[in-house]
Design a protein around this ligand. Structure first.
Ligand SMILES: Cc1cc2nc3c(=O)[nH]c(=O)nc-3n(C[C@H](O)[C@H](O)[C@H](O)COP(=O)(O)OP(=O)(O)OC[C@H]3O[C@@H](n4cnc5c(N)ncnc54)[C@H](O)[C@@H]3O)c2cc1C
Length: 468
């Protein structure tokens, strides 16, 4: 019979939960992880980051084979989409990754319970398996890592056929003729890109008068222009008030966000991507006196909830709903439990949009600095002037540095361009060390790489950009 007494029981097997489990094992804590999905990896590996990136990669190659290849002298017959194989390849990759996480549990001597975890009072967790069998665990610490779920849109019922959320949009059985994406956030634009590249007409309806809230406005404006050039249609400042499904598709009723006459928009498939909300249903929070806040988040102070011995991390607590943030939380919470000095700097959590081109940023936006009345200097460099980007015909976008006007300490780095997500890491390191733009400007970068655009933008803060 499996041991049921632990130092720490982690509820949820996503990037928060499984990384907490690994760190607990490394630090010699007797740990268990409870996951109801039947497979580890959480939203990220199963229905989030990884399957979306698999489809973004495949669809990018499909689009390149349909146009870009010929331009650089590779003549291929017009590519034919084999969507079934594309979905299978995606699922195979996901399967390999989730098995890898299971291996990590074994390697770090973490006991994995498959079932739904419920807190049953201080130090107690029950696990209910799919067949109804219940196991009772006792533990010194409980870590809640139950993640999030798509936010529903009033008046629009997701049926995962004609009206889908992100999970449904990762497995459509056919390319829709017209996909309407409700919400111009990261998930909507990434999945919209996938289906546009595979042949769908894509219209994005957004309540706000801009896309990608949270992104520096200058980048967001440029980004929208690039997406429009690619074929995206945008209806900004517009709300969806209802959706009617029928044999021929979905009929959406739209209204101007500020109020006004209603109009209808017909779609084959509608993707609702208006955000995500914390998931704590059935978790037994009441048994330890925890009440989620109005938006459903569990309030924490350095991951401690209001209940002694109960901690929470990842999407279920405040902060950016991102896998790498959940992972940082995971390390910190376990280190705190083990008596170490766990800490996360939430000012340095990077964001990435994995479209083409990508958008990546860390730190403050120009809008935030202006609002706070901070005196800052700007350095910019366009990919049009970067030799590697030019050779690769990927010249859209630019890099922007924001640094203190007096001290030169970097406040934010914003990249709209090819491989931006890979390049933002050096800005994170620079800022984690409290670096100045000059530190990066005087650091040798390999040639020819796109990262030279980052260096040239840093040089621009002191006005000595040399290649543009
Ligand atoms: C389409 C999409 C694309 C995304 N792309 C990215 C990306 O590129 N980069 C990025 O950083 N983030 C991305 N995200 C966000 C990312 O997936 C989440 O931020 C991340 O998964 C949060 O990790 P978590 O461990 O907090 O929660 P989750 O990954 O949601 O994991 C929570 C787990 O807990 C389980 N669970 C819940 N309640 C219980 C219970 N009571 N008992 C047992 N198990 C339970 C759930 O089944 C789930 O598996 C994406 C999300 C989506 C939807």
């Amino acid at each position: 019979m499996a041991d049921t007494n632990f130092d720490v029981v982690i509820i949820g097997g996503g990037p928060g939960g499984y990384n907490a489990a690994v760190r607990a094992g490394q630090l010699g804590l007797k740990a268990a992880i409870v996951e109801s999905r039947g497979v580890l990896g959480g939203t990220c590996l199963n229905v989030g980051c990884m399957p979306s990136k698999a489809l973004l990669h495949a669809s990018e190659l499909f689009e390149a084979a349909s146009g870009e290849f010929a331009h650089i002298g590779i003549d291929v017959p017009a590519p034919k989409l084999n969507l079934i194989q594309m979905m299978k390849a995606k699922q195979d990759s996901v399967g390999a990754l989730t098995k890898g996480v299971e291996f990590l549990m074994k390697k770090n001597k973490v006991t994995y319970f498959v079932g739904f975890g419920k807190i049953e009072g201080a130090g107690k967790v029950s696990v209910t398996a799919a067949d109804g069998k219940v196991e009772q665990l006792t533990t010194k610490h409980i870590v809640i890592a139950t993640g999030s779920e798509p936010t529903p849109l009033p008046g629009v019922t997701v049926d995962q056929k004609q009206i889908v959320d992100s999970t449904g949009a990762l497995s459509l059985p056919a390319v829709p003729k017209h996909l309407v994406v409700v919400g111009a956030g990261i998930i909507g634009l990434e999945l919209g890109s996938v289906w546009r590249r595979l042949g769908a007409k894509v219209t994005v309806v957004e309540f706000l008068d801009r896309i990608t809230p949270g992104m520096d406005t200058e980048l967001a404006t440029q980004f929208q222009k690039i997406l429009t050039k690619q074929g995206f249609a945008f209806k900004l400042g517009t709300k969806v008030t209802s959706a009617k499904t029928g044999k021929s598709g979905v009929s959406l009723t739209l209204e101007a966000a500020a109020g006004g006459n209603a109009e209808t928009l017909e779609a084959d498939v509608v993707l609702v991507a208006i955000g995500r909300r914390p998931f704590t249903a059935g978790l037994g929070l009441d048994t330890v006196g925890i009440t989620p806040d109005q938006r459903g988040f569990i309030a924490t102070d350095h991951f401690k909830t209001s209940a002694p011995g109960v901690w929470a991390i990842g999407d279920v607590i405040h902060g950016p709903m991102l896998a790498h943030k959940a992972e940082e939380d995971a390390v910190a919470v376990i280190e705190l439990i083990a008596g170490k000095a766990g800490h996360v700097d939430y000012d340095l959590v990077p964001s990435v949009v994995y479209t083409f081109p990508e958008v990546a940023w860390v730190g403050k936006t120009e809008d935030q600095l202006k609002a706070a009345g901070v005196q800052y200097k700007t350095g910019k460099f366009p990919f049009m002037a970067n030799s590697r980007a030019k050779i690769n015909h990927e010249t859209d976008g630019f890099v922007k540095f924001l640094a203190d006007a007096k001290t030169d300490k970097v406040y934010g780095v914003h990249i709209l361009g090819p491989q931006a997500g890979e390049m933002i890491g050096e800005a994170c390191v620079l800022m984690a060390f409290g670096g100045a733009s000059e530190d990066l400007a005087r650091t040798c970068h390999p040639h020819p790489t796109r990262s030279e655009a980052v260096k040239q933008a840093a040089m621009g803060v002191e006005g000595w950009t040399m290649q543009a």
